[in-house]
Design a protein around this ligand. Structure first.
Ligand code: AR6
Length: 178
């Protein structure tokens, strides 16, 4: 599914984010930037050791913030590493932190002159964020950002790993973009 808002295309696809050709891909990292499983493991495996070398130059990254490295062997020239919240019961600022993880990543992209960016579904794997809720926050944050930063980005893509994730994000986009 794809929509255009101003000059920005928002696209939802099912796939593997390590294969994306956007200028930047976003990693769902942990606060130590130590690598791990899920999309984090896949990005470091495909991108090679250079990405971890660059991650070590940061003193970690708190939840809701983002840092940038090059893309190593990936097609994407940059990786933006952000840290989503670990979901507990919804009362520990999880929604605010998830929104902030998306916004920090978008801000960092624009600061670095990046026009095309791909996101995974942050926090909805190992960190346990309920998928429908997370999809709503992700889509709303991107739509708000694109509206208040007109022309800054030409493509924001979500690369979803399962049919259920693609469906949740498609439902959120249909609802929030209308
Ligand atoms: N491309 C796109 N999406 C993927 C890929 C891929 N190659 N691989 C997995 N996903 P997760 P989190 C999806 O657990 O919940 C790590 O160990 C996956 O199906 O990767 O933010 C970190 O080091 C799910 O929908 O990230 C942290 O410790 C989504 O990506 C912790 O997990 C996010 O799942 C972060 O947990």
């Amino acid at each position: 599914m794809e929509i255009k808002t101003g000059s920005t295309v928002i696209s939802l696809i099912k796939g593997d984010i390590t294969l994306e050709e956007t200028e930047a891909i976003v990693n769902a990292a942990n606060s130590r930037l130590a690598g791990g499983g899920g999309v984090d493991g896949a990005i470091h495996a495909a991108g090679g050791p250079q990405i971890m070398e660059e991650c070590r130059m940061y003193n970690g990254c708190p939840a809701g913030k983002a840092v940038i490295t090059t893309g190593g062997n990936l097609k994407a020239r940059h990786v933006i590493h952000t840290v989503g919240p670990v979901y507990r019961d919804g009362s520990r600022s999880e929604a605010t932190l998830l929104e902030s993880a998306y916004r920090s990543s978008l801000d960092l992209a624009v600061k670095n002159g990046i026009k095309t960016i791909a996101f995974p579904s942050i926090s909805t794997g190992a960190y346990g964020y309920p998928l429908e809720e997370a999809a709503g926050i992700a889509i709303k944050t991107v739509l708000d950002f694109v509206k208040s930063n007109k022309g800054a980005l030409s493509l924001v893509r979500f690369v979803l790993f399962s049919d259920s994730a693609l469906k949740a994000y498609s439902n959120a986009l249909k609802k929030l973009a209308s």
